[in-house]
Design a protein around this ligand. Structure first.
Ligand SMILES: *[C@@H]1O[C@H](CO)[C@@H](O)[C@H](O)[C@H]1NC(C)=O
Ligand SMILES: *[C@@H]1O[C@H](CO)[C@@H](O)[C@H](O)[C@H]1NC(C)=O
Ligand SMILES: *[C@@H]1O[C@H](CO)[C@@H](O)[C@H](O)[C@H]1NC(C)=O
Length: 415
C-alpha cells in the first residue's frame, strides 16, 4: 500500500514539474492539451493495473496485530474465496535470532495431533547433524538425546516420552516441563527452553483426526490438565460410550459438542488458565473464543520457530536457519494421496468451517508469519527473489486429506 501510494505521489509530482517548466515556453492551449493528455494516460494506467487486481490486492492488506479479529460470517466468505486479512509482522518478530546451546538448552516440541508432527519428531531424533546425536535402539521406541555434557537437549515423544501427558499442550507443558526435566536429569539446574511446534491446514487436520479416530485412536489418556487438575467429564463430555469410536461417521464426529478436535490447534497453543480452563460456565462464548485465540497467537509469535506441514522444505530450512543447526537428509514433501480424498457435502463443509473458525484464523496468522520469516531468511542469505507462493497464496477450502497419514504409531506406547 505504502509503495503504490509513494509511486503515485512521485508520478503526479513529476507531471506537475513538467507542466510548470514547459508553461513558460508553451502557450495556454498547448499546456491545457498536455494536461488532458496526461489525465487520459493516467486513467488508462489506472484501469490497466486495477483491472488485474493490483489495487484491490493492496487494499486488502491490513494489519490486525495486536487486535484480533474473530472470524465473522463475512470473513468466512473471505476464507472460502481466498484468504483472511493479511498480517504484517515487525522485523524483530521475523528473526528472533536466538542463541542456542544444546549443551545447556532444551528444545521442547509441542506436538499437536495430526499435524505431521510424528514425521518431524523423527527428523529431530534421527536426522540431526550433531556432534552428539540421539542414540536410537533397535527394540526401543525411544531414543536417548544427551549432549556432550550429558544433559538432555530434546523434550519430545521420541526422546523423553510423554512425561507431561499424552500430546501435552502449552498449558500442560509450561507448568510441567521444568519438574519433569529435573526428574529425568536427576538434577536441578536452570535451563533455557525453546518451544517449537508444527501447524497444519485446519480443515485437513480436522478430517485427518476424524479418519484416525475412525481407525480406533482415542487419546483418552490425555490429561487435559489445567490449574492443578484434569478436565472433568462434566466439562468435556465423552463423544462415545465404550472403548473407542471406531467407524464413526463424519456426521457423528461433527455432532459431538465437546469433540476436542474442534479448534484443536488454538486450544493447544493457548494459555487455558486465562479462560478458566475447561469450565465454560459464566463465560460468554464469544469472549472466551477471543481470549483463547489471542493467547494462541501470542504464544505462537513468542516461539522462535514453528513449521507448517504444507511447506516441508521451508519447515526444514527455517529450523536450520533459526537454530543454526543442520539436518542430514532433506525433508521431502509428503505426496498427495488422492485415494484418501473424502467426499463431503456442502452442509458438512459449512459445519467443519464453523467448528474450526478459530483454527482457521490462527492458521492464516501462522502462515503469514511463517512465510514472512522464510522471506526474511532468504533475503539474509542473499536470495531476494520474492516467494511466488507468498501473500497472494490462497487458502481455498480443501476437503482432501492429502498427507500420507501413516503416523499410526500408537501414541500411547510412549507414556
Ligand atoms: C452414553 O450412555 C449414557 C447412559 O446410557 C447416555 O446417557 C449417554 O448419552 C451416552 N453417550 C453417548 C455419547 O452416546
Ligand atoms: C497463563 O496465564 C496465567 C493467568 O493470567 C498466568 O498467571 C500464567 O503466568 C500464564 N502462564 C504462562 C506460562 O505465561
Ligand atoms: C466453574 O466456574 C463457575 C463460575 O466461575 C464456578 O461457580 C464453578 O464452581 C466451576 N465449576 C467447577 C467444576 O470448578
Amino acid at each position: 500500500m505504502v509503495n503504490s501510494e509513494n509511486f503515485a505521489r512521485r508520478t503526479v509530482h513529476k507531471y506537475l514539474q513538467i507542466i510548470r517548466s514547459k508553461r513558460k515556453k508553451m502557450g495556454w492551449k498547448k499546456t491545457l492539451s498536455l494536461f488532458f493528455l496526461m489525465c487520459a494516460m493516467g486513467t488508462i494506467l489506472f484501469v490497466y493495473f486495477c483491472g488485474s487486481n493490483f489495487c484491490s490486492f493492496h487494499q486488502d492488506i491490513t494489519t490486525i496485530i495486536p487486535q484480533t479479529v474473530i472470524p465473522e460470517p463475512e470473513s468466512m466468505t473471505a476464507y472460502k474465496n481466498g484468504r483472511l486479512p493479511f498480517n504484517e509482522f515487525e522485523d524483530n518478530e521475523l528473526d528472533r535470532n536466538p542463541s542456542v546451546n544444546l549443551d545447556e538448552d532444551v528444545i521442547v516440541f509441542l506436538h499437536i495431533q495430526k499435524t505431521g508432527g510424528t514425521t518431524f519428531g523423527r527428523h529431530l531424533v534421527k536426522n540431526m547433524d550433531l556432534e552428539s546425536p540421539c542414540k536410537c535402539y533397535r527394540k526401543k521406541k525411544r531414543c536417548d538425546c544427551y549432549s556432550k555434557k550429558k544433559t538432555i537437549w530434546l523434550f519430545s515423544r521420541y526422546s523423553t516420552g510423554w512425561i507431561c501427558g499424552l500430546h501435552a499442550d502449552w498449558t500442560e507443558l509450561t507448568t510441567c516441563v521444568e519438574q519433569a526435566m529435573n526428574k529425568k536429569e536427576k538434577s536441578v539446574r536452570s535451563r533455557i527452553y525453546h518451544y517449537i511446534t508444527i501447524l497444519r491446514d485446519p480443515v485437513k487436520r480436522y478430517l485427518s483426526e476424524w479418519k484416525h479416530v475412525q481407525r480406533g485412536a482415542t487419546w483418552k489418556t490425555a490429561r487435559l490438565f489445567c490449574n492443578g487438575r484434569s478436565a472433568s467429564r462434566d466439562e468435556i463430555a465423552p463423544c462415545y460410550n465404550g472403548t473407542d469410536w471406531s467407524d464413526v461417521t463424519l456426521d457423528e464426529f461433527l455432532d459431538c459438542k465437546d469433540n476436542l478436535a474442534r479448534n484443536r490447534q488454538t486450544r493447544m497453543l493457548a494459555n487455558l488458565t486465562l479462560i478458566n480452563c475447561y469450565n465454560t460456565t459464566g463465560f460468554d462464548v464469544q469472549k472466551r473464543d477471543k481470549i483463547m485465540l489471542e493467547s494462541a497467537k501470542e504464544n505462537l509469535l513468542n516461539m522462535e520457530y514453528f513449521g507448517l506441514t504444507e511447506f516441508q522444505s521451508y519447515t526444514q530450512k527455517l529450523f536450520e536457519h533459526t537454530f543454526k543447526l543442520k539436518f542430514v537428509a532433506e525433508f521431502s514433501q509428503l505426496p498427495v494421496t488422492h485415494s484418501d480424498r473424502t467426499q463431503i457435502t456442502e452442509v458438512q463443509k459449512a459445519k467443519i468451517l464453523e467448528q474450526n473458525k478459530l483454527d482457521i484464523d490462527l492458521y492464516q496468522f501462522a502462515k503469514d508469519l511463517f512465510l514472512q520469516r522464510v522471506r526474511k531468511m532468504k533475503m539474509s542469505e542473499g536470495d531476494d527473489t520474492i516467494l511466488g507462493d507468498y501473500a497472494d497464496s490462497k487458502d481455498i477450502f480443501d476437503d482432501s486429506v492429502d498427507i500420507e497419514d501413516n503416523e499410526d504409531d500408537n501414541d500411547e506406547d510412549y507414556i
